[in-house]
Design a protein around this ligand. Sequence first.
Ligand SMILES: CCCCCCCCCCCCCC(=O)SCCNC(=O)CCNC(=O)[C@H](O)C(C)(C)COP(=O)(O)OP(=O)(O)OC[C@H]1O[C@@H](n2cnc3c(N)ncnc32)[C@H](O)[C@@H]1OP(=O)(O)O
Length: 425
Amino acid sequence: MFSPRFLLLRSAASLTRRGFCAGGPSKQGKAPDMVEVRNRLRDIVGASTNWSDHRQAMEERVSLSSMLAKSQSDLPAKRMKDSYLEVHLPLGSEPQLREKYLTFHNTVRFGRILEDLDSLAVLISYSHTYNPALKKSPLSIVTALVDKIDMRQQIVYPDCDIKFTGHVTWVGKTSIEAKMHMSQYINGAYSPVLDATFVMVARDPENKRAAFVNPLTFEGPEEEKIFQEGEANKSRRVELSTASLLKVAPTDEERKIVHSQFLNTLDTNTVSFRSRVLPPNSVWMEDAKLKGLEICHPQERNIFNRIFGGFLMRKAYELGWANACSYGGCRPSLVAVDDILFQKPVEIGSLLLLSSQVCYTQGKYIQVRVHSEVYDPLTRQHNTTNVFHYTFASDCNVPNIVPKTYGESMLYLDGKRHFNQTVEH
Ligand SMILES: CCCCCCCCCCCCCC(=O)SCCNC(=O)CCNC(=O)[C@H](O)C(C)(C)COP(=O)(O)OP(=O)(O)OC[C@H]1O[C@@H](n2cnc3c(N)ncnc32)[C@H](O)[C@@H]1OP(=O)(O)O
């Protein structure tokens, strides 16, 4: 069985029984925090605490393959409340924790929140797939996609307690959608800060092949609605991927936008398609990039000895934020995160190249895309691992971003699609 600490974190019912009510810690014990979430994740898969033991720990996991279900119907259906978790981040009551989360401008580092959400989504997924007959889970559950994060409040205070709640909202055969909410204790009550939807994928113990997850049942019309939303999200994701500009031509309306941008930048003094002039209050796309490099040390590993998805999101977010800050000339605030795709795992020891680009602007909004790739210095090969999309708002209107090449125009249209999806709807 998973150890009693895991049970502390389990369902809504057990949380209430033990007194982990919304108001804060109980008398019987402290409400679970992020350290406990990560310790639990380590226990669930049997990850080593020291890097020097990681090979042995991985070898031990291989034997768990025989515990995998042969089909989804062999697994018992779970209820939404079976995976419900509530976790506290006591920034208000534990000042020593604040340092890790604090920005120079006395707000909360959003990159740290991304890390916490990622760990929580994994634990929610393990709660859904929990099998009391097993000591360790044979599943390797990885983050495939951050579907969206909607900000409901711009400012996150560094000295007020934070509460995360969440549960599984939809499952496929081997994938799980988890929705999480973050709220902050301000003036005697918790007020909503953000809503997040993640898609997790279950793999075998060696993280090589997909593995079945328990079906999900819903109780009552409210849960049915949540499940239907999950179905709709899945269909939307398939539609978006089919219409990707990397696969098909832009729509008629989009083509018109590209051509009118081209005409707007033609030099009227020359009869040439090549001589281009930057319109007033505009910036060429090629001048709105910011790049970075990360050496992927063992310290940033996840429980599967690959680089932790939350770390990748934090690094990409901070680079994207710095780019938006430099572009708008003031500190921007985050409006939304959407469609962060984890295409390939990042191995420990990799050189990770991060490249951010302002790809769309509208009024005070700045849409930033961050692309990350692993670079092998021996073969000089590059492999894309992630693509991140962030929407920021500046204090006042920013210059228009203008593409010059066809490839940049596609980035612009892709940025516009992401912007419309997150801000306008
Ligand atoms: C030791 C110290 C530890 C310290 C503690 C650290 C903190 C704790 C950290 C905790 C750990 C933190 C966690 C981390 O850090 S995880 C690290 C970050 N994530 C990764 O590295 C994942 C990288 N990506 C991949 O490996 C592959 O692309 C995956 C495995 C994701 C898919 O591969 P592939 O494409 O070959 O899969 P498939 O064709 O067999 O399909 C399988 C299923 O997947 C569904 N699907 C696929 N893609 C998407 C998508 N984009 N949107 C929605 N769904 C998607 C698909 O529909 C199907 O579902 P279903 O139809 O069967 O239902």
